[in-house]
Design a protein around this ligand. Structure first.
Ligand code: FAD
Length: 486
């Protein structure tokens, strides 16, 4: 432990952000860096707990007190080795993870938790800067061929681990670039795309092949892919958005969030797209849905110069995650306040949209909404809502972004042609212990198996799935398991 009294001496501090007025002028990241002294102080706040709850809070089992200690001692190589032993892509999680490790940090019981996510980002960026992140192509090849479908964080993590085990890995991606939602969902102001490209380039140098503009089940037959490989990992994400099929859904100006966000990511990268332009400039915008996707629509609408932005969420505002009655570590709440909300947005909780209203040209002109109240179960969990009488009103708007989550993976194409069995939620059926589907040689990981989730879970699933594939191919595996760390 670096400094036993650090948690008493130093308060939690985060790097400064560029002021709102400045950052909304472009799509660049806006979170600064710690000075060397601040980084040292922040790592010193770690108490090196006897039972480090942060290990279990992190789906990757990151070994947090150990890397905090190495940072405190300025042992960058050691810090990088510890961090990269459990996380293939700390530069992604260090920027965009909701940091369940921080919600689990014991210091958080009576003080703000250790700034684990920022420390993680600093370790990996220092490692890149100092040339520690180098290609590590495996020395021994197994002669086995593995196909990974999808290059989101789950597919990338599975590919990296399987390549490390000596298998020949090809990643098939239907988009024109790798990264999945890291590339074409999450805006640049949260994650600039050179960060993804830098990692993908390294993976290519490691010997992994990427095939773009190749949709498995369309451009290449899925059974052909299975026949020509020793194993297949499906990591195609959960891509079917939840719709709002209420009267007026057909009016012009109502869009799925992903169509809006993907276009803007392409625009920033100067990549052409064929669909009709979706622009919020000068419009009154309503974002329906209170999660990460909704908040990214808010940030993007602000940068495009929307006239006004409201965000509606049918759930009521949750309590702070730790209250006097419930002081123990918890997972972060979904309806959090993000940097995009700081940039300007009216948030409304407990609001239900009943109808879209249009003008004679078929353009959206307003929403008909009501307030709702929730009936809860004995544990206080919301189970059913009812409208608050007399609260119905019209909200003028010309753009609506539907950000109500994703219901399941796309079944037509790859899954259908292989006859992949689904679970009761219509995700790919494969247990978290085995990651194997009902189809011989075919495994599944990430949102496609788990349902819509987080980048950190996708990386965790990709790594654990790779272990199962390696075991299947070789009879045993030497790839790291998060269970061995904790
Ligand atoms: P994806 O990232 O969805 O990648 C799947 C890939 O598979 C895609 O590239 C797709 O094109 C490809 N594919 C699908 N089918 C085929 C096929 N048949 N052939 C070839 N390729 C195929 N999580 C966080 O932790 N923090 C955040 O801040 C955050 N923000 C988010 C913002 C938005 C707008 C969205 C939508 C999600 C966000 N998430 C966030 C969630 C996170 O991005 C996902 O949980 C994560 O990306 C899932 O990873 P995945 O690899 O399983 O799937």
């Amino acid at each position: 432990m670096g400094k036993p009294t650090g948690f008493q001496e130093f308060d939690r501090e985060l790097p400064s952000k560029r002021p709102v007025a400045d950052r909304v002028k472009n799509y660049n990241e806006f979170v600064g860096q710690y000075s060397a002294e601040k980084l040292n102080e922040q790592s010193a706040r770690c108490m090196n707990c006897g039972i480090p709850f942060c290990h279990n809070g992190c789906p990757l089992g990151n070994v947090i007190p150990e890397f905090n200690d190495a940072v405190y001692r300025k042992k960058w190589d050691e810090a990088y080795q510890i961090l990269s032993s459990t996380n293939n892509f700390p530069e992604f999680t260090g920027r965009i993870c909701p940091a369940p490790c921080e919600s689990a940090c014991v210091l958080g019981i009576n003080k703000p938790p250790v700034a684990i996510e920022e420390i993680e980002k600093h370790i990996i960026e220092i490692a890149w800067e100092k040339g520690m992140v180098r290609p590590t192509a495996p020395i021994l090849k197994t002669g086995k061929k593995v196909a990974v479908v999808g290059s989101g964080p789950a597919g990338l993590a599975a590919a990296a681990q399987l390549n490390k085990a000596g298998h020949s890995v090809t990643v098939y991606e239907r988009d024109d670039h790798a990264g999945g939602l890291l590339r074409y969902g999450i805006p640049d102001f949260k994650l600039e795309k050179w960060v993804v490209e830098r990692r993908v380039k390294l993976m290519e140098e490691d010997g992994i092949t990427f095939k773009y503009n190749t949709e498995v089940g369309k451009d290449i037959a899925a059974d052909e892919l299975v026949r020509s490989h020793d194993a297949v990992v499906m990591a195609g994400g959960s891509t079917i958005p939840r719709n709002l099929p209420i009267p007026g859904r057909e009016f012009k100006g109502i869009h799925f969030a992903m169509d809006f966000l993907k276009q803007q990511n392409k625009r920033v990268a100067n990549i052409a797209f064929e669909m009709e332009e979706i622009i919020a400039t000068g419009k009154d915008v309503v974002v329906i849905g209170g999660g990460d996707t909704g908040s990214d629509c808010v940030g993007t609408s602000n940068r495009q110069g929307a006239a006004s932005i409201r965000q509606f969420e049918v759930m009521v505002q949750p309590p702070a995650s730790r209250t006097a009655a419930m002081p123990w570590p918890t997972y972060p709440m979904v309806l959090k306040v993000t940097s995009s909300h700081e940039e300007g947005c009216e948030r409304h909780f407990g609001v239900n949209t009943k109808e879209f209203l249009g003008d004679e040209q078929g353009n959206l002109r307003a929403l008909k909404v009501t307030d709702v109240s929730w009936e809860t179960d004995v544990l206080g969990r919301p189970i059913k809502f009812s409208e608050v009488e007399g609260s119905e009103r019209e909200i003028p708007c010309q753009r609506v972004f539907l950000a109500m989550g994703f219901v399941n993976p796309q079944y037509t194409g790859m899954l259908e042609s292989l006859g992949v069995e689904l679970d009761e939620r219509k995700n790919v059926k494969a247990t978290e212990k085995a990651y194997r589907t009902n189809v011989s040689k075919v495994f599944a990981a990430g949102d496609m198996r788990r349902g819509q989730s987080l980048v950190v879970w996708a990386i965790s699933e990709g790594r654990e799935c790779a272990r199962k594939v390696d075991e299947f191919l070789m009879g045993h595996t030497n790839l790291e398991s998060k269970d061995a760390v904790n």
